[in-house]
Design a protein around this ligand. Structure first.
Ligand code: S3P
Length: 448
């Protein structure tokens, strides 16, 4: 794909060296939890209320699909939604999930357990992502599917099970989406399902299922875990408070670390232990990040963060940490470019199947901006520099995290960094530009 090619409405943006970034940075609601709140609410009996919902394109695509399946979703104010669950029915038209991997895969799971049929589709980025990893395990419950080729690319037609059977299944990929899809399917199976995973991926589905009245237990199994779920019990509506997204906070955190003189406060950030690999890594790199007022909100750990400019040093990030920071490697690669010495990130194979091939996009973005890096066996090594040259144009490949990461680089590099498209940032962080500018970031439009 050439820069911007897949998006005729692409809008390029350039970030240039900023003086100190200062102030309060309020990030929107967590994307993973927002998606799950709507999906579980749409399946449950009764009226679920959600506050702090992330109103980004990905979440709104899921909301549209859930409406088409029969649920009633009403927006009552900023981030405040009311969801009335329903017994889902076959939608009249294909469900278009835009770029949302999580929305589409979790809804596939739910549909697989029901005696209905749905066609799943999305934009060019989603249509290039493998759906077989979710759909093949779902056939064990009795679902059938037709997709394109061995990866089962979208559009996919999914025939839910006429009468879903409980499963015992070992998830082979370190993916919370696959685990969650199986759990949502197993909710409608007639009996007890056991789903195991060798990696400890994010556990928001398990936690939220429990809050919605499911009979679910989680036990450790070796390095991983086994989840036991009783099927055939209808979920009951709940109240969900969505905490602020650590994956969106990551961009301001790293900006604060690399721009001299910065000090940024990020209140009430989700600190679920399975989501804080980036913070842990940055602390090991010598980052000045204070975490205060750790508390529980909506069943999740949260805390207030303050970040100050710091001289970082290179570290080795073990493969076992990857699930807890899987979306944060692009921004960690940017932090690593400004660190003393080299940073080695291990076990990145899952980055190949994100909104873009993120490993390739990171390598190309670093090279375009004069940063040396190499990649072999899915390990990435970035060699930090006292002065990062910048000056390049980065191909974002419809990937929001690539766009925000390289804009962050441009705030501290010697020359401005341009990204070829920023429109897709709205999938996860609708007011990113406004909020970064309010801190003092210099982001300029680029005439094509
Ligand atoms: C997510 C899981 C991760 C992550 C994605 C959100 C989720 O994907 O990259 O942004 O909400 O379950 P995988 O499950 O494919 O690792």
């Amino acid at each position: 794909m050439r820069p911007g090619q897949a998006n005729p409405d692409a809008r390029a943006l350039r970030a240039r060296k900023a003086s100190a970034l200062k102030g309060l940075f309020e990030v929107p609601g967590d994307k993973s939890i927002s998606q799950r709140a709507l999906i579980l609410g749409a399946m449950a009996a009764g009226e679920t209320t959600v506050t702090g919902l992330l109103e980004s394109e990905d979440v709104l695509s899921t909301a549209g699909a859930l409406r088409a399946l029969g649920a009633v979703l009403v927006r009552e104010g900023a981030g405040a939604w009311r969801v009335t669950g329903a017994c889902w029915t076959t939608p009249a038209a294909p469900l278009d999930f835009g770029k949302s991997g999580t929305g589409s895969r979790l809804v596939m799971g739910a549909v697989a357990g029901m005696p209905i049929r749905a066609i799943f589709t999305g934009d060019a980025s989603l249509r290039s992502r493998p759906m077989a990893r979710v759909l093949e395990p779902l056939t064990q419950l009795g679902a059938r599917f037709e997709g394109d080729g061995p990866k089962a690319l979208m559009p996919v037609t999914l025939h839910g099970a006429a009468s879903a059977k409980p499963i015992t299944y070992q998830v082979r990929v370190a993916s919370a989406q696959v685990k969650s899809a199986l759990l949502l399917a197993a909710l409608n199976a007639d009996g007890i399902s056991r789903i195991s995973q060798a990696a400890l991926t994010r556990d928001h589905t398990e936690k939220m299922l429990s809050a919605f009245g499911a009979k679910i237990t989680v036990g450790s199994a070796g390095q991983g875990e086994t989840i036991v779920l009783q099927g055939g019990i209808r979920l009951k509506a709940a109240q969900v408070e969505v905490p602020r997204d650590p994956s969106s906070a990551a961009f301001a955190l790293v900006a604060g670390l690399i721009v001299p003189g910065s000090e940024i406060s990020l209140p009430a950030i989700l600190l679920n232990p399975r989501r804080i690999g980036l913070i842990q890594t940055l602390l090991e790199m010598g980052a000045d990040i204070q975490i205060t007022d750790r508390r529980i909100s909506g069943g999740e750990e949260i805390g207030d963060l303050t970040v100050r400019h710091s001289q970082l040093k290179g570290v080795t990030v073990p493969a076992e940490r990857a699930p807890s920071m899987i979306d944060e490697y692009p921004i960690l690669a940017v932090a690593a470019a400004f660190a003393r010495g080299q940073t080695v990130m291990m076990g990145l194979e899952e980055l190949r199947v994100k909104e873009s091939d993120r490993l390739a996009a990171i390598m190309a973005g670093l090279a375009a901006n004069g940063v040396e890096a190499d990649e072999s066996d899915n390990n990435l090594t970035v060699r930090g520099m006292p002065k990062v040259p910048g000056g390049g144009t980065v191909a974002t490949h419809l990937d929001h995290r690539i766009a925000m990461s390289f804009l962050t680089m441009g705030l501290a590099s010697e020359n401005p960094v341009t990204v070829d498209d920023v429109t897709m940032i709205a999938t996860s962080f609708p007011d990113y530009e406004g909020k970064m500018r309010a801190l003092g970031a210099v982001l300029e439009g680029v005439k094509s």
